[in-house]
Design a protein around this ligand. Structure first.
Ligand code: HXC
Length: 519
């Protein structure tokens, strides 16, 4: 073979690898409304930036007729490229080769990529579309999964890890995405479950469809396993680019600073009238968020799960911030198990990656009831408390209206090392709402009053007294639990100035191996 033949051979091999499992399987993939692994990578990365590794890898199994069935790249496309000019590492499972099933060599490719991403300090993006463990490889495949899991764990909190699920993701295979920071699922073609419908029926007798067990809808509304649902793959890939625009490359860097032409001292008169006169009437806290952030752009996370709390990323004066806000339009913004878990995970993510936290508080307390108590609200509420109390990133809190009881303490209060705590004049900070307080304080007296009209007058008078005392921010401000009471329309400016002021804060906790957070 002369040198020109050798070059031709290389080109042929590359072409062969790019055809994955062959034309027919690519056509099948397209017929299902799915892209191939390489098509996905092309949309994800900056044009022309992808450099593929290990294209010539094949599996090493001869059993079950696999000796003569070898495909270049062995079912996963790996490499690096850039997103908005910043390096990322990516692997995309190729369903056209053995259904994207994971072999020993397939796992080796992913591990090699993750090891390099850790050394470089760059995010890892995994695109999942796989039939799970390669059955013919048995325990070697399981070992391969475990190798990946361990790397997901070691990378957690060091480099951002994002998973897209664009096809099947079943059995233990679900645990790699579950160990990453964000999961995006496509609406039509993805599903995730530990045990599929057939085994579920055999073991428990429950008859359930794939959709009802593990679709994107289920995981973004009921289980909370996935943070995002997208209509199609392209939307999911562009979403990954968007998420990364808020994140640093790794835990030793700060998030990227964006250009900001949106005036930081923009006054928003609407905020002065957004809180309804009646404290039991809701308003949409997202309207507050949109008014204070740059260009009214807010990337909500977990938008369809635990809607009583809103979390997501925005920029303020060009800086990335993680926003947490109680949502009065849903369950009156109460904290329950799911809301606590959702927000706690988000707070920990932001803290790990140096993203300051901005918290908007309007919380009537924790949701009462046996469902919540039996489900362990004590420990789940403690998660959010722990996450806030442990976080050392800048923490700015704005109390908009209610801040009652234990939920007051949890929501980035001053005593949980809140850096700057503001309140609007509409803030009410107390042990509980007036109704509950009067029930407890005047129980005996209320039992004695037999006349209903008299009872109602008595309650109204006592509630007024209670409101006059606590339904304002000044009681808390008098003790320094609030740093200032601010005019709502000036919130954007005050928060941005606060963020800039405390940007360089250092507040490390005591040395320890790790905490024992309430899991
Ligand atoms: C080897 C596999 C495979 C697997 C699919 N294929 N899954 N090969 N190991 N796990 C192959 C098929 O033989 C077929 O090869 C090609 O991929 C496409 O598969 P189809 O069945 O034709 O595709 P489709 O009809 O779309 O069905 C997709 C599927 C189904 C639902 C994913 O293939 C399936 O049920 N696969 C098995 C899923 C599973 O039980 N996996 C193990 C889970 S347990 P040809 O040559 O015909 O194109 C697990 C443990 C992990 O993963 C533990 C980690 C700790």
């Amino acid at each position: 073979m002369d040198s020109q033949d050798k070059i031709r051979q290389l080109i042929d091999l590359r072409e062969q690898a790019k055809m994955g499992g062959g034309e027919k399987r690519i056509a099948d993939q397209h017929a299902k409304g799915k892209m191939t692994a390489r098509e996905r990578i092309e949309i994800l990365l900056d044009e022309g930036s992808f450099e593929e590794y290990d294209m010539f890898v094949t599996h090493r199994t001869d059993d079950f007729g696999l000796k003569d069935k070898k495909y270049l790249s062995d079912g996963v496309v790996t490499g690096h490229g850039t997103i908005d000019g910043r390096v990322v590492y990516v692997f995309a499972q190729d369903f056209t080769i053995f259904g994207g099933s994971l072999s020993e060599t397939f796992a080796g490719k992913i591990c090699k990529l993750m090891d390099q991403a850790m050394k470089v300090g760059a995010p890892v993006i995994g695109i999942n579309d796989s039939g799970g463990a390669r059955i013919q490889e048995g325990v070697r495949s399981l070992a391969g999964y475990s190798e990946i899991f361990e790397r997901n764990i070691l990378a957690s909190g060091v480099i951002p890890q994002i998973s897209a699920i664009f096809g099947p993701c079943a059995g233990g295979a679900v645990y790699s995405p579950a160990l990453t920071d964000f999961i995006i699922m496509s609406e039509q073609s993805s599903y995730m479950f530990v045990t599929g419908p057939k085994v579920t029926k055999a073991v428990t007798g429950e008859d359930i469809s794939i959709e009802d067990l593990g679709s994107a809808r289920i995981h973004t509304t009921k289980s909370g396993v996935a943070q995002f649902v997208v209509e199609d793959e392209e939307e999911g890939l562009l979403l990954i680019r968007k998420i990364l625009s808020y994140l640093p490359q790794n835990n030793l860097e700060d998030p990227p600073l964006s250009d900001c032409d949106d005036p930081i001292d923009r006054l928003e008169d609407d905020l002065n009238i957004i809180i309804p006169e009646n404290p039991n009437h809701p308003y949409n806290v997202k309207d507050v968020i949109y008014k204070v952030v740059d260009y009214e752009e807010f990337l909500e996370i977990h938008a369809n799960y635990a809607k009583n709390i809103v979390v997501g990323f925005a920029k303020m004066g060009g800086m990335s911030v993680g926003i947490v806000a109680n949502q009065p339009t849903f369950l009156a913004g109460v904290l329950d198990i799911n809301a606590s878990r959702k927000a706690a995970r988000f707070v920990r993510f932001c803290d790990a990656f140096n993203i300051p936290l901005l918290t908007f508080v309007d919380v009537p307390g924790f949701l009462p009831g046996s469902n919540q108590e039996y489900g362990g609200i004590i420990v789940h509420g403690a998660k959010l408390m722990f996450a806030y109390g442990e976080a050392t990133v800048p923490k700015i809190t704005v109390t908009l209206r209610k801040s009652y009881g234990g939920a007051h303490c949890v929501m980035a209060s001053k005593q949980l090392r809140g850096d700057i705590n503001y309140a609007w004049p509409s803030a009410e900070i107390a042990v509980m709402g007036p109704q509950g307080a009067i029930e407890v304080l005047e129980g005996k007296k209320l039992a004695e009053i037999k006349n209903e009209e008299e009872k109602s007058e008595f309650i109204t008078a006592r509630e007024k007294e209670y409101r006059d005392k606590f339904a304002n921010p000044y009681e808390a401000a008098r003790y320094g639990y609030l740093d200032d009471v601010i005019e709502p329309r000036n919130t954007r400016f005050r928060v941005i100035r606060a963020l800039r002021t405390v940007a360089t804060k250092k507040d490390p906790g005591p040395m320890k191996k790790h905490s024992n957070m309430p899991l």
